[in-house]
Design a protein around this ligand. Structure first.
Ligand SMILES: O=P(O)(O)OP(=O)(O)OP(=O)(O)OC[C@H]1O[C@@H](n2cnc3c(O)ncnc32)[C@H](O)[C@@H]1O
Ligand SMILES: [Mg+2]
Length: 173
C-alpha cells in the first residue's frame, strides 16, 4: 500500500510511518510539502481540520498513492485560555474522508499573547526555549508537558485514530 504524506515535518512523518508500519503490511511512503490552503497559523478547530483535510486531499492528487494523510497543528480560544489543537485526516481513492483530533493543552499567557498579535507558534516556541526547530522535534506539547508527550507521540495517537476508523469503516462493507 502506498501512503502519501502531506508534509516533510519530521515529527509528523515519524508518527505516520510508525502508525502505518504497526497496522498495515507492506507500506511505502512518499513525503511532499503540500498546501493546507488555510493560514500558516490556524486559529480554530474548524480551520485546523480544514488544513488537515486539504493536505490529505492535495497530496493524494499529487501522487498515485492509495491513501493521503494530512496533519495540521493550530490553536483555539476557550473561556479557559488558548489551547493547542491538532487534527489529522486520511483520504482514500474510494472517497472516504476520515478525521481525528489530538490531545489539547493550554498555552502559557505569554505565548497566547504573541499568537493573538499575529505571530506563529513555531518561531515563538524557538524564542521561548532558546532552541531551533522545536516544531520538528518535541513541539510545544512536549515542552509544556515536560517531555512526557512529545509532538510525534501526540501525532502517533492521531494516526492510530485515523487508521482505526478507516479499518472499521472498511469492515462495515
Ligand atoms: O511543515 P508543516 O507540516 O507545515 O509543519 P508545521 O510545524 O509548520 O506545523 P503546522 O503547519 O501543522 O502548524 C501550524 C503552525 O503552528 C506551529 N505549531 C503547531 N504545533 C506546534 C508545536 O507543537 N510546536 C511548535 N510549533 C507548533 C507551526 O510551527 C506552524 O507555525
Ligand atoms: Mg506549517
Amino acid at each position: 500500500m502506498k501512503i502519501a504524506i502531506g508534509t516533510k515535518n519530521k515529527a509528523k512523518v515519524q508518527a505516520i510511518e510508525k502508525g502505518f508500519q504497526q497496522h498495515i503490511n507492506e507500506v511505502s511512503f512518499q513525503c511532499l510539502k503540500t498546501e493546507s490552503n488555510v493560514s500558516e497559523q490556524p486559529f480554530s478547530d474548524q480551520e485546523t481540520i480544514e488544513g488537515a483535510l486539504n493536505r490529505a486531499k492535495n497530496v493524494l492528487r499529487m501522487t498515485n498513492a492509495d491513501i493521503g494523510i494530512g496533519l495540521e497543528g493550530g490553536v483555539t480560544e476557550t473561556l479557559y485560555g488558548m489551547f493547542l489543537c491538532n487534527w489529522g485526516s486520511l483520504v482514500d481513492r474510494n472517497g472516504n474522508e476520515i478525521i481525528a483530533g489530538g490531545a489539547r493543552i493550554s498555552l502559557p499567557t505569554e505565548i497566547a499573547e504573541g499568537l493573538r498579535k499575529g505571530r506563529e507558534l513555531g518561531p515563538l516556541m524557538d524564542e521561548f526555549t532558546s532552541k531551533t526547530g522545536i516544531r520538528q522535534s518535541e513541539g510545544a506539547v512536549g515542552v509544556f508537558t515536560d517531555g512526557l508527550v512529545t509532538r510525534d507521540v501526540m501525532f502517533f495517537h492521531v494516526v492510530q485514530l485515523l487508521i482505526g476508523q478507516w479499518k472499521y469503516k472498511k469492515n462495515q462493507f
